[in-house]
Design a protein around this ligand. Structure first.
Ligand code: CU
Length: 383
C-alpha cells in the first residue's frame, strides 16, 4: 500500500498536463489485499454496529452547523450524511473574479458534520455524471486508509459509502485528495471542510466545568490562486480543470491571489454577517485545509481556545489571537460583552484587508460603559 502510494505520488508529480484530470489516482489494485473495509475481518464490530440507532444528519451550508445536541442524549449512533460533489463556477470577490470551484455540496468550504465521540459517520459520496473529474475524501478525524481517501475514489457517475468511527474528540479538516498534484489542486479549488466530534458529555474547561454555547459558526478559510492574463487581469475558463497548468504555476508561487472566508471576499459581511447578542456564548470553528492562519476578533477575545482542535486538551484562555495550522481546524469560545460590529479576521492584515480574509459579527445589546467609554469626543487639541 505504502509503495503504491509513493509510486503514485512520484508518477503523478511528473505529469502536469490537463490529461491528468481523468487519470485514476488510486488504481483499484492499490486496494487489493492490504486495505480491508471495516466489517470484512473476524474482529469486525459490524454486528454491533448493525444494532446501533441510525440518524440522518441534514447538511447545511456554512457558516451554519447542522442541528445537534451538545451533550449526547444516549449511546453511540451511526450518523448518515450525504455529500454530492459539484464542480461549479463561483465568484470569489465583488470584482467578479471567477473560479471553477470543486465542492462538496456546492459550498466552499463543504458542510460541517457534527457527531459525538464513539459515533460512526456513514458518508455517501456522490460524484454526478456531469462532473469531469474523479474525487474522494480524506477525513483527518478518521483512522486508516489515508483517512478514507483510498476507499472513496469516485469517477463521474459513481457513488461510494464509507463508514468511520469518531474516536478523537475535536474539530478536524476533511478534503479531497485524489493523488499527486490533484491533491493541492482540488484543495485550493475549494474541496475541503470540517468535522466536529464533541465529547459525549459536551465541552469542558480546564477544571472540568461544562462550557455550553448559544450559537455556533463555522468559518472555512480558503486560499485561491487565480491565473492572470498578460494585462494582469484574472483569467476565466470555460470548463472545470481547463485552468490546470496556469493554476499550478500560480500555486507553485505559494502566493495566493485571494484568501477568503466562506468562498468569497466579504461573504460573511453585510447581509452575511454573523449575529449574536450581548451575554451569548458563541463557538467559532475555523478550518484551513492548506495554509496557516491566525484568527483574531477585533474588540473581543478567545475566552477558551482549542487551538489545535483537540477537545481532549485543556483549552487556552483569554487569547488575543490564535494560530490554526494549515491542514487543521481550531475552536474558540467567546461570550460577547458589548454590542456593535466586530471584525473577525486573519491577523495577517494584508491577507485580511487586501486578499479578503475578514468577516463581521453584528452584536445586539446594551453598551457597558465600565468596559469602555469615550471620555472625550474628537475635538481640537487643547493648548
Ligand atoms: Cu476532488
Amino acid at each position: 500500500m505504502f509503495d503504491m502510494d509513493r509510486r503514485h505520488f512520484l508518477s503523478a508529480a511528473t505529469g502536469l498536463g490537463g490529461a491528468a484530470i481523468l487519470m485514476p489516482a488510486f488504481q483499484n489494485s492499490a486496494l487489493g489485499g492490504e486495505i480491508t473495509v471495516a466489517g470484512s475481518s473476524k474482529t469486525s464490530p459490524t454486528a454491533e454496529i448493525g444494532k446501533l440507532p441510525r440518524v440522518k444528519q441534514k447538511m447545511v451550508a456554512p457558516p451554519m452547523l447542522p442541528t445537534h445536541e451538545q451533550v449526547a442524549a444516549g449511546g453511540p449512533r451511526v450518523v448518515e450524511v450525504t455529500f454530492v460533489i459539484e464542480e461549479k463556477k463561483m465568484k470569489i470577490d465583488d470584482d467578479g473574479t471567477e473560479v471553477w470551484a470543486l465542492t462538496f455540496n456546492g459550498s466552499v468550504p463543504g458542510p460541517m458534520i457534527v457527531v459525538h465521540e464513539g459515533d460512526y459517520v456513514e458518508l455517501t459520496l456522490v460524484n454526478p455524471a456531469s462532473s469531469v473529474m474523479e474525487h474522494n475524501i480524506d477525513f483527518h478525524a478518521a483512522t486508516g486508509a489515508l483517512g478514507g481517501g483510498a476507499l472513496t475514489m469516485v469517477q463521474p457517475g459513481e457513488q461510494v459509502v464509507l463508514r468511520w468511527k469518531a474516536v478523537k474528540p475535536g474539530v478536524f479538516v476533511y478534503h479531497c485528495a485524489p493523488g499527486g498534484i490533484m491533491i493541492p489542486y482540488h484543495v485550493t479549488h475549494g474541496m475541503n471542510g470540517a468535522v466536529m466530534v464533541l465529547p459525549r458529555g459536551g465541552l469542558v474547561d480546564g477544571n472540568g466545568k461544562p462550557i455550553r454555547y448559544d450559537r455556533a459558526y463555522y468559518i472555512g478559510e480558503q486560499d485561491f490562486y487565480i491565473p492572470r492574463n498578460e494585462q494582469g487581469e484574472f483569467k476565466t475558463y470555460e470548463t472545470a480543470g481547463e485552468n490546470m497548468s496556469d493554476a499550478l504555476a500560480v500555486m507553485k508561487s505559494l502566493t495566493p491571489t485571494h484568501v477568503v472566508f466562506n468562498g468569497k471576499a466579504g461573504a460573511l459581511t453585510g447581509k452575511g454577517a454573523m449575529k449574536a447578542k450581548v451575554g451569548e456564548t458563541v463557538l467559532i470553528i475555523h478550518a484551513q485545509a492548506n495554509r496557516d492562519t491566525r484568527p483574531h476578533l477585533i474588540g473581543g477575545h478567545g475566552d477558551h481556545v482549542w487551538e489545535t482542535g483537540s477537545f481532549r486538551d485543556t483549552p487556552a484562555t483569554g487569547l488575543e489571537t490564535w494560530f490554526i495550522r494549515g491542514g487543521s481546524a481550531g475552536a474558540a469560545i467567546y461570550t460577547f460583552r458589548q454590542p456593535g460590529l466586530y471584525v473577525y479576521l486573519n491577523h495577517n492584515l494584508i491577507e485580511a484587508v487586501m486578499l479578503g480574509a475578514a468577516a463581521h459579527f453584528v452584536v445586539e445589546g446594551q453598551w457597558n460603559n465600565d468596559l469602555m467609554t469615550q471620555v472625550r469626543e474628537p475635538s481640537k487639541i487643547i493648548t
